[in-house]
Design a protein around this ligand. Structure first.
Ligand code: GAP
Length: 479
């Protein structure tokens, strides 16, 4: 993906304003002043989010033999959350900053160690436990919880999916969808919200089973537990030097970085960070986060935890449903272990791709250089001037292409203005209908990233666009 005149990246407030101005994302209930931590995805934002989720599902579920997907309920049986430990201990510590007086949240392990974003210290006398799950009534006398993660529905359905899909270890179950947390201090646009979406995999193995897959050949900044400065190295090297102790962790970190790279992200803006001992959940022996260098600092994008057999054992105990599987060799039954749980927030990934794509071509001319798979609009169709023959050809192309993709038809304003409008929302290709279209059946196709233009026969348009959009044909190779 060619990028032009890369200037300073926008602050998070500038990005929020841009997304609102262009019709991507606005505060939910904006006309009533908004509700903190809730966001509405408009005509471009909803397309972008769907494209991201589809790309994730394609990469992690459809293109793999060892992963099946599910879609569980949002309002969930309270016993699911009793078994998982969320009812008792899914909470943060509410604190108030001595300097700016704003409320904030810290993890229990961070109490007394971290400061407010303004640099002020938190008042320890203000500290109190704050439960994060939303509880809701169900019918007349029952209740449920809005799920705070998608993971537990995977555990609760483990046996049904494993048996019915005839899965064999090592294997995974994936889910993507809404999650809800009553965050004390939602902030940084869609980075920390109260309603968000997760894309999660629970990857199960037989205890001590080795990873049969190659560790992807990816270089990244590595910050190991106890270190203060990250070092750039390949995941293979990090595993060889025992910085990443488990082969499965190195493999899954590589998979996740490859996913971001496959959609055009620059891995120089990513690092992997190992959790310190006191950060680890009680059931977890190791956890690596994928972090991104946002304008507000290095922040967690995705967690990849080793959850052992904790969750399946808990659900077996609480539900009295056997979670064991048969070892084909020894004929003994055992509970599989989750060696890795790649857990990615849709909103955080979306923010990463917005930052990766955002560039300024000339003064105040913004271009979103999205990978075409993510672009909310794939093609713009423009008759050069308002003439009936041009418009008829344009409309016929538009009606044909929109059976396959999200396409816009625009006949208003100068052609330069129409290109700029599409550049700003990341449309990779624009088609212009002119005199040659009437005389010889050709149209002009323009590439967003290079602004190069080529002539192409109308009958070849759909097939060519299909190849261009899926990266199967370089634009420059068009005659
Ligand atoms: N099942 C494991 C789990 O939920 P987590 O670290 O609490 O782990 C996983 O969450 C991911 O979900 C995070 O890395 C982040 O991308 C996303 N996430 C968590 N809380 C969020 C919030 N309040 N707003 C947006 N995304 C959030």
């Amino acid at each position: 993906m060619e990028k032009k005149n890369v200037l300073k990246k926008p602050s998070i407030d500038e990005m929020t304003a841009f997304c609102k101005r262009k019709g991507f994302i606005v505060r939910s209930g904006e006309i009533y002043g908004g509700l903190a931590g809730f966001w509405d995805y408009l005509f471009l934002g909803s397309e972008l989010k769907n494209n991201l989720k589809n790309a994730w599902w394609q990469f992690h579920v459809r293109e793999r033999d060892d992963i099946e997907g599910i879609d569980g309920a949002i309002i969930t049986h309270p016993d699911v959350w009793k078994a998982s430990g969320h009812v008792d201990s899914f909470s943060d510590v509410f604190v108030v900053c001595k300097k700016c007086k704003k409320p904030g949240k810290v993890d229990k392990s961070e109490l007394g160690k971290v400061k407010c974003e303004c640099g002020g210290e938190y008042d320890s006398s203000s500290a109190k436990e704050f439960k994060l799950m939303f509880k809701t009534e169900v019918g007349l006398k029952d209740y449920g919880y809005l799920r705070p993660e998608t993971a537990q529905l995977i555990f609760a359905n483990f046996k049904a999916v494993f048996d019915e899909a005839r899965m064999k270890l090592p294997c995974g179950i994936a889910q993507m969808g809404k999650a809800f947390r009553n965050e004390i201090a939602p902030r940084n646009f869609i980075f920390r919200c109260r309603e968000f979406e997760q894309m999660e995999i629970e990857y199960f193995i037989k205890p001590k089973e080795k990873c049969p897959y190659d560790i992807p050949d990816v270089e990244v900044l590595v910050l190991a537990s106890g270190e203060t400065k990250e070092k750039k190295m390949s995941l293979k090297e990090a595993h060889k030097k025992k910085i990443i102790k488990k082969d499965w962790h190195a493999y899954w970190l590589g998979q996740e970085l490859s996913f971001f790279k496959s959609l055009g992200a620059n891995l120089d803006n990513f690092r992997i960070r190992q959790h310190d001992r006191e950060e680890l959940a009680h059931y977890s022996s190791d956890c690596w986060d994928l972090e991104y260098n946002f304008p507000f600092g290095w922040k967690e994008l995705q967690g990849i935890a080793d959850r052992s057999d904790y969750d399946l054992k808990q659900h077996q105990k609480f539900s009295k449903t056997k979670m064991e599987v048969l070892d084909e060799e020894t004929k003994e039954r055992f509970i599989p272990e989750v060696i890795c749980e790649p857990s990615l927030g849709v909103e955080r990934a979306l923010l990463v791709f917005l930052y990766e794509a955002y560039n300024e071509r000339e003064k105040e001319n913004i271009v979103l250089n999205f990978n075409p798979k993510l672009s909310p609009v794939k093609v713009g169709v423009f008759p050069l001037i308002k003439k009936e023959e041009f418009e008829n050809i344009g409309l016929s192309i538009f009606h044909n292409l929109r059976k396959k993709w999200n396409v816009v038809y625009d006949k208003s304003g100068s052609i330069g203005r129409r290109y700029a409008r599409q550049d700003e929302i990341g449309t990779p290709y624009c088609i212009t209908i002119d005199g040659d279209s009437v005389d010889s059946g050709t149209v002009t196709i323009r590439n967003r990233d290079t602004t190069l233009q080529k002539k192409i026969k109308i009958e070849k348009l759909e097939e060519t666009l299909g190849k261009l959009l899926y990266g199967e044909l370089p634009f420059e190779s068009l005659k």
